[in-house]
Design a binder for this molecule. Structure first.
Ligand code: SF4
Length: 279
């Protein structure tokens, strides 16, 4: 591939990164809007209802004025899947994301972070931007469980973590749980989990069942919107898992606040950009 074409492609990815960050901060996805609307209908506590009404008003104002959904622009977390035939080297992709983010920071201060995986026989690139508020990121927890702790140990740790967090991570949000791998990989999985569309279920039925169970249990804690008490503590619980060593079972919990911002783009080998909220 010629240097000119590579440079053009790098610029296309940079443009996409700059757009994704601002888009994610100002316009939350429909699945999150639906989950927050359902929470407004479900909540029965007076302070909890008031919080959810305020969140609703906040989103409406952000839409009307094309403004930030939350003042905390957080750290910009980009995840990307790159086809092995995508004609831009991962180092150039990283540069493009960094430079695009830097351009966006002329309007919104932030830091950025990136992870990547290779996908064989594909010449495309998918990038997802998930701005992560500090209130929720501070509520990140890791426990090195052992197999003897069983599923019960996992459930106890998730519940203890969220009860301990109380109102600090701006609930109701999404609880991401990462199980397996190593300590650092479990936390990566937890973040992957909360970046999924709200209410999606893990393809493994055993894990999906645990997602359903934890979602119910977490909403029985009574923490409620902003920790003021109520029926809706979380909008969802998503889990990702990986194989691990036979004597390990790391469990990570990563919280995403109600402002669960998310924006994505598909980039083809010619540098065409296809923006998409649905993955
Ligand atoms: S944790 Fe989320 S809702 Fe709370 S201030 Fe930060 S970005 Fe906003």
């Amino acid at each position: 591939m010629s240097i000119d074409v590579t440079t053009e492609l790098q610029h296309a990815v940079e443009d996409a990164a700059a757009h994704l960050y601002v888009w994610a901060l100002k316009d939350i996805p429909q699945d999150l809007r639906d989950a927050l609307s359902a929470a407004r209908l479900k909540e029965t506590s007076v302070p909890g209802k008031r919080v959810l009404e305020t969140i609703h008003r906040n989103i409406t104002i952000a839409d009307d004025q094309s403004n930030l959904v939350c003042q905390d622009t957080g750290i910009a977390v980009y995840t990307y899947r790159v086809g092995e035939h995508f004609p831009l080297h991962p180092a150039r992709i990283y540069e493009a994301l960094r430079d695009g983010t830097a351009r966006a920071t002329l309007e919104h201060p932030l830091r950025s972070n990136a992870v990547h995986t290779f996908v064989q026989d594909w010449d495309g690139l998918d990038v997802k931007c998930v701005p992560k508020g500090s209130g929720s990121e501070n509520m990140s927890f890791l426990k090195m469980c052992v197999p003897a702790d069983g599923v019960r140990g996992i459930k106890e740790f998730v519940l203890e973590s969220i009860v301990g967090a109380g109102g600090k991570p701006c609930p109701p949000g999404i609880v991401g749980v990462g199980i397996g791998g190593s300590a650092d990989y479990a936390m990566y999985l937890a973040k992957e989990a909360l970046a999924r569309p709200v209410g999606t279920r893990n393809s493994d039925p055993i894990v999906a069942e645990l997602e359903d169970e934890l979602f119910g249990l977490l909403n029985e804690t009574g923490i409620g919107p902003m920790g003021l008490g109520g029926d809706v503590t979380v909008l969802q619980c998503h889990i990702e898992h990986a194989d691990t060593h036979m004597t390990l079972n790391p469990v990570a919990v990563n919280y995403q606040c109600w402002a669960a911002r998310r924006a994505s783009v598909h980039v083809d080998a010619q540098g065409n950009l296809d923006y998409d909220r649905e993955f």
